[in-house]
Design a protein around this ligand. Structure first.
Ligand SMILES: Cc1cc2nc3c(=O)[nH]c(=O)nc-3n(C[C@H](O)[C@H](O)[C@H](O)COP(=O)(O)O)c2cc1C
Length: 208
């Protein structure tokens, strides 16, 4: 079967954005490990590339780097090394984001990564009709663990933001699997994690 981009199921490139600051201590990382083991088993031909944000040392845009970037984009020099991450993001067929819930959102290093891959004319463009995403991925899977429980989705600025960014970049579908309330004393953290791991497995088996 051919995908929307004319490629078969084999050789899909999956980009993994790992924002698990606590490394092997991270429960979000456990969801990511489960997702990768299921996907590697189901799709042995898929290629996985990981950007490990705690090790990437990315810098947020400041005045100088913003001016340099805009200058390069104005000259359409998108092959400049500083756009390497943007090219990688644009070319991925599927994207997994693993990020713990911090301050009602996600760790700042993930926002810095998004600043690095958002480039006008490369991952999106604007015209009189509005914004147009230029990314190839047909799905984004967002994996999260959250210490608390929230009664309304508006508290969950991690999902709200990433879902909109999928529209911004032209990524067709967004799914979030989360383990919620795992730091609440009296709630069964192990069972909450077990359920999230099962849901991760189920969702990953349906990804194509
Ligand atoms: C810096 C920081 C900020 C956090 N902010 C929130 C928050 O706003 N709401 C919440 O419910 N939990 C918050 N937590 C708890 C985490 O969401 C929870 O412990 C999560 O499972 C951590 O993921 P990890 O085990 O992958 O590191 C925060 C934890 C840290 C370390």
């Amino acid at each position: 079967m051919q995908s929307a981009h004319g490629k078969g199921d084999s050789m899909k490139k999956i980009l993994v954005i790992d924002a698990c600051v606590r490394g092997e201590m991270s429960r979000t990382k456990k969801l990511l490990d489960k997702a990768l083991s299921v996907l590697r088993g189901t799709h042995p031909d898929w290629i996985f590339e990981t950007v490990c944000l705690p090790e990437a040392g990315l810098r947020c845009l400041d005045r100088q780097s913003l001016e340099e970037r805009d200058d390069l984009l104005a000259k359409k020099q998108v092959d400049h090394p500083r756009f390497a991450l943007a090219h990688q993001f644009r070319e991925a067929d599927g994207i997994i984001v693993a990020a713990p819930f911090w301050d009602l959102s996600f760790p700042a290093m993930l926002k810095v990564y998004i600043e690095n891959v958002s480039a006008d004319g490369l991952t999106f463009f604007c015209d009189a009709e509005g914004l147009h995403g230029m990314c190839k991925a047909s799905w984004m899977l967002h994996l999260a663990t959250r210490g608390g429980l929230y009664e309304a989705a508006s508290w969950l600025q991690d999902s709200a933001y990433l879902e909109q960014m999928c529209r911004f970049f032209g990524i067709g579908s967004y799914t979030c699997v989360s383990a919620d309330g795992i730091d609440i004393v009296g709630l069964p953290a192990d069972r909450i994690m077990e359920e999230a791991l099962e849901k991760t497995e189920k969702v990953c088996k349906e990804l194509s």
